[in-house]
Design a binder for this molecule. Structure first.
Ligand SMILES: [Zn+2]
Ligand SMILES: [Zn+2]
Length: 135
């Protein structure tokens, strides 16, 4: 929940945040992606909160084990905002009540410059509303 200056009341965030890839690179065998995720007012669509979320994954070419991808051989597709509920266990292993998360999913296509084969990573980033800042 957040206060929307446009609607002038407390509102929920829309189920599908708007997302935009800010940047990506590949360094030392790790692919890194930064995504800007914006939570919008469910009622009027005004942008309320945003965060730049990061995704990192170790990766080598599945075919020749090369680990020197160049960012110009990376293509990111199917970028979609999403939300849902997740459960976290506390440190005693007890289940806490589910919390809402917002984030995005995407597909990373990496083209190996050595063997020309394509590797695919399906990635997802989730964040809690407290990780977002007012727009
Ligand atoms: Zn609104
Ligand atoms: Zn390769």
């Amino acid at each position: 929940m957040a206060r929307c200056p446009e609607c002038n009341k407390f509102v929920s965030f829309g189920e599908e945040p708007s997302v935009e890839i800010e940047g990506y690179d590949y360094d030392d065998g790790v692919v890194n992606i930064q995504v800007n995720v914006i939570l919008e007012c469910e009622e009027c669509g005004r942008e309320l909160k945003e965060a730049t979320l990061e995704y990192e994954e170790e990766h080598q070419c599945e075919f020749c084990s090369d680990d020197e991808f160049d960012s110009k051989f990376i293509d990111i597709t199917k970028v979609e905002g999403k939300s849902g509920y997740m459960r976290l266990d506390d440190h005693n292993g007890k289940r806490k009540s589910p919390i809402k998360f917002f984030g995005c999913s995407f597909t990373i296509n990496l083209f190996c410059r050595k063997c020309n084969q394509k590797s695919i990573i399906e990635g997802q980033i989730d964040a809690e509303p407290k990780d977002f800042e007012e727009c």
